[in-house]
Design a protein around this ligand. Structure first.
Ligand SMILES: *[C@@H]1O[C@H](CO)[C@@H](O)[C@H](O)[C@H]1NC(C)=O
Ligand SMILES: *[C@@H]1O[C@H](CO)[C@@H](O)[C@H](O)[C@H]1NC(C)=O
Length: 258
């Protein structure tokens, strides 16, 4: 009996710190993708629209510069596939690129994928209504030939061209609503919400530089808790729930041995 108790305590001591470390990780993590840093950290300076993430970023300064370029070395993606994209529309795609490359708060939505150029992506990141509405409003008169920009292009020239048979139409026709734009354009990376910016219930593409922690941090915590990825508030000490979980783990070998 005493040996079993010692074993349980041993297992508890081993698994508890692991579980706590995992909790902190999901709230401060970089996905395993093409240009992301291994771990988030301060960057001192990030370029223009990526500036809000400078205190804790998954992007390097180099990536933040290239996020602002047409057909940048990042993905060779051509915004101008149906004529030149307007500046007011393009700034939303740049901001979206900054969030994707720089945010350390996307942990709750990271999923594994089997692609040559990335091992992880995000799915259904809840985007604030205003961020999506403004994006759609500023792009609705620009032209595109596809609703899913994540696949189906003709890449034979080295950058994406409209596939044969498609035609260039206003965004407003290809994406009838703001929800269509945000959810479809990157294959469900975002999910549209009715929540306002600052509600703590949706991720913002746009926020002021110099906010530390950045406002998306508590949004990540909220959803990590809701998805059961962390226990109570993700605080760095044992919660009753986690203790219970560890006790269960500790008991399992005992039960199977008896
Ligand atoms: C920075 O960007 C250039 C492209 O201009 C790229 O070739 C280079 O590898 C990048 N540097 C680092 C350190 O990633
Ligand atoms: C892809 O684009 C090239 C021109 O850049 C064209 O010659 C080729 O037919 C296109 N392929 C398809 C499948 O549309």
């Amino acid at each position: 009996m005493r040996r079993t108790a010692a074993k349980m305590l041993g297992l508890l001591l081993v698994t508890l710190p692991l579980a706590l470390a995992a909790e902190r990780d999901v709230l401060n993590i970089c996905m395993d993708a093409k240009h992301h840093k291994v771990k988030p950290g301060p960057e001192g300076r990030l370029y223009k629209q990526c500036e809000p993430w400078r205190d804790n970023a998954c992007c390097t300064a180099n990536t933040s510069v290239h996020a602002h370029n047409d057909q940048s070395y990042l993905y060779n993606f051509n915004w101008n596939h149906c004529g030149i994209m307007s500046e007011k529309c393009k700034r939303h795609f740049i901001q979206d690129t900054c969030l994707y490359e720089c945010s350390p708060n996307l942990g709750p939505w990271i999923q594994k994928v089997d692609r040559s150029w990335r091992k992880e992506r995000v799915i259904d990141v809840p985007i604030c209504k205003a961020d999506c509405d403004e994006w759609w409003e500023d792009c609705r008169h620009d032209l595109t030939c596809k609703s899913n920009w994540a696949k189906g292009w003709n890449w034979s020239s080295g950058s994406n061209q409209c596939p044969s048979g498609s035609k260039c139409q206003p965004f407003g026709d290809v994406f009838p609503t703001a929800r269509d734009l945000c959810e479809k354009v990157w294959s469900n990376s975002y999910s549209f919400t009715e929540h306002p910016r600052g509600s703590g219930l949706c991720m913002s593409l746009w926020f002021k530089a110099g906010l530390n922690p950045n406002p998306n941090q508590r949004v990540a915590r909220h959803y990590a808790l809701q998805k059961g990825l962390i226990s109570y508030s993700g605080l760095a000490w044992p919660s009753p729930l986690l203790l219970g979980f560890n006790l269960l783990l500790g008991l399992t070998p005992f039960l199977s041995l008896s």
